[in-house]
Design a protein around this ligand. Structure first.
Ligand SMILES: [Zn+2]
Length: 349
């Protein structure tokens, strides 16, 4: 049995997938926390890398696997699809390459700090130990929740990460010539994060959708609004891709895009209805996950359903007129709530 980075049974093969015509996807099953995908576009004499991974060890392994294809077409440009660290904390290994992101994505990349995540990983282990003693203290449930989530960070090594920001930023759209082939970078954020973009390989009808697409894993929205996420999915559909490389999960196509759409179309009104009835976001998330309507949806089988806690919170914030990233403290609180709900739901994380 092959294991995922988080130590679970891998549901699909890891590594480099040949999409034909010099396009490749790098897949890290099962697409859960930090198990992010990347991509490679090999042109005449040069290549474009789409995202690095959460640490240098994982990124080095990917670059080694890509070497047979990049030996005569070195990676001269790297595009970071957004600022989440699992998509850019291997950037330092691409020294000399131009690093491209949206202006909003580039600014967002500076918002997380390897030292802070190292601390959270260590703290998570300690919290998990305290919580496992089931002391009748107030806050133990939250500690257990934070501990269970932060415990997953042990799969990654942030000890030598040097945050390496983009050298070229843009707003809206940017066309690139990679050797003789054309690639479009299309800004679709703010949605998952402040500066999301997708990569469209025009001639091959392949879209690298980054974290606008999760397959078999519940998506998480950190900024919103949901309506932007839906518009981004529509944009992908308009491009009529034959293959969609998600940010997390196995390769998909337009059916996967429609499945992602149906999640948000179900969740957004369900959250709003419960907020109007006086529930807070966490209560709304719990209520939805335990409802018969949710049980009959295809996404009931997706991993990490507890992410609905964050999704509900962000919908509530956006509806209340707030935008942008939540504060670091708020983010920790939300992570603790997700972990707590996951434990309550009987999740093993
Ligand atoms: Zn991601």
């Amino acid at each position: 049995m092959t294991l995922s980075l988080l130590g679970r049974a891998a549901r699909y093969p890891a590594g480099l997938r040949d999409l034909g015509a010099g396009l490749y996807a790098w897949l890290q099953p099962n697409g859960e926390l930090g198990e992010s995908n990347a991509g490679l576009v090999v042109g005449d004499g040069e290549s474009l890398l789409i995202d690095t991974l959460w640490d240098t060890r994982l990124t080095r392994r990917m670059l080694d696997a890509m070497r047979p294809h990049t030996a005569n077409a070195p990676i001269r440009r790297l595009v970071n699809t957004h600022g989440d660290p699992d998509h850019c904390w291997g950037n330092q290994l691409l020294s000399g390459a131009e690093i491209i992101a949206t202006r909003a994505g580039a600014a967002d990349m500076l918002g997380e700090d390897p030292a802070r995540l190292r601390l959270l990983a260590q703290g998570g282990r300690a919290l998990g130990r305290v919580a496992s003693r089931r002391l009748p203290l107030p806050g133990v449930a939250q500690m257990a929740g934070l501990g269970s989530y932060a415990g997953m960070l042990a799969a990654y090594d942030f000890s030598d990460v040097e945050v390496t920001p983009p050298t070229l930023t843009f707003d809206g759209k940017l066309e690139l010539d990679i050797g003789t082939r054309k690639v479009e970078l299309i800004e679709v954020g703010p949605a998952h994060t402040p500066g999301d973009l997708i990569v469209h390989a025009l001639d091959e009808k392949v879209v690298f959708a980054a974290d606008l697409m999760f397959v078999g894993v519940t998506p998480i929205i950190w900024v919103g609004p949901v309506e932007n996420w839906l518009a981004g999915l529509d944009r992908i559909a308009q491009l009529q891709p034959k293959v969609v490389v998600p940010g997390h999960g196995p390769l998909t196509d337009l059916d996967g895009v429609m499945a992602m759409r149906s999640y948000w179309e179900f969740v957004a009104p369900a959250v709003r209805e419960r907020l109007r009835a006086g529930m807070d976001a966490a209560a709304a998330a719990r209520d939805i996950l335990q409802s018969p309507e949710f049980a009959s949806q295809p996404f009931v089988r997706w991993d990490a359903p507890e992410r609905l806690v964050v999704n509900a919170e962000i919908i509530a914030r956006n509806d209340g007129g707030l935008s942008g990233r939540v504060s670091a403290a708020e983010r920790l609180r939300l992570i603790a709530r997700m972990g707590q709900l996951s434990l309550e739901l009987g999740g093993c994380r």
